[in-house]
Design a protein around this ligand. Sequence first.
Ligand code: BDR
Ligand code: CA
Length: 304
Amino acid sequence: MIPVILDVDTGIDDALAIAYAVRSPELELIGVTTCFGNIPVEEATRNSLAVLERLRCDAPVIAGADRPLGGPKRGGYPRHIHGDNGLGNVRFAAPARRAQDGHAADFIIEQVRKRPGQVTLIAVGPLTNLAIALRKDPEIAAGIGRVVVMGGAVRVPGNVTPHAEANIHSDPEAAAIVLDARLPLTLVGLDVTMKTLLPASRLQVWREKDPEVGAFFADMTAFYIDAYERAFPGIGGCALHDPLAVGVAIDPTFVRDVPMHVRVVREGEAVGRTEERPEGEPNARVCVDVDAERFVAHFLSRVI
Ligand code: BDR
Ligand code: CA
C-alpha cells in the first residue's frame, strides 16, 4: 500500500478523487489536506469531511491555505462549475467530525519526515500548501516519495484563460516553487485530463447500485456534466481531472509522460501558463497521452 496525502479544494472532481482513493486498496489515505480554490478553504474542509463521512473513512482532514502566496485570490470562485456549496448543490448534513488541529503544510512536513521516501502527495488544487511546506522545510523535497499534481496545460489551451489551467492560475508563485524544488514530480494537466470524459449515461447504474452513497456522487456529477455541456456544447461528459491524478498514483501506465522543463508564467496576460522550455533541465514528467478508456473503466470499477 502506498501512503498517500491528498491535497484538495473539494470541488466535485476532488470529491470523486477522494472516493477513488478511499476505495483503492493500493493506496493508504493517511490524510486529506485542504486549500482554497474551487471554494474558500473552510468550505473545502467541510466538503472533504462530508465526503469522507459518506465513504465511512476516518482519515484526518487538515485545513491549509486560505489564499495564494502572493495575496488575495485572483478572480472569484467557479460556482457555476462546482455549485454554490462546491458539491453541485447536493444537500448534505453538517459533518460530525471536525478538521484536525494544525496547518496542512505542517502535516505534510510531519508525515514526510516520519516516512522518508514513502509518501506520495497527490495535489489536485492550487499548490499553496506544498509550497508553504517546501519553504518551511526545504529538506522534505528529498524525502517525498512522489508528487502527482493535477495542474497545467502544457501543449493545449487553458481552461480559466486561454493560457492557464485553474489550479496553476490560482497560485502561480506556489506552482513555481514546486517546479523548482527538484521533486519526483508528475504533472497531470489538461493535456490528458480533458480526454477523460465521464458521460451522463454512466450515472444511473451508480444510483441504482447504491441509492445512498452512489446517488450522492451521481447527483453532484450530473451537475458537473451539465456545467461542462454549457461550457463546451456537445462535449458529452465531464472531465475527470482530479481522479486521473489518483489513477496515475495507482497505475502510472494509464498515461504516457515525458521528462520536461516546465516554467510557470508569473505575470502579464499569460499568468499561470505552464510553458515547455526545451533548453532547461527536466523538472517534471508531463503527461502527454492517456489511455482514457482503461482509466475511466478502472475509476468506475472502484467508485461504483
Ligand atoms: C482543476 O480545477 C478545479 O476546478 C478542478 O477541481 C481541478 O482540480 C481543473 O482545472
Ligand atoms: Ca481540484
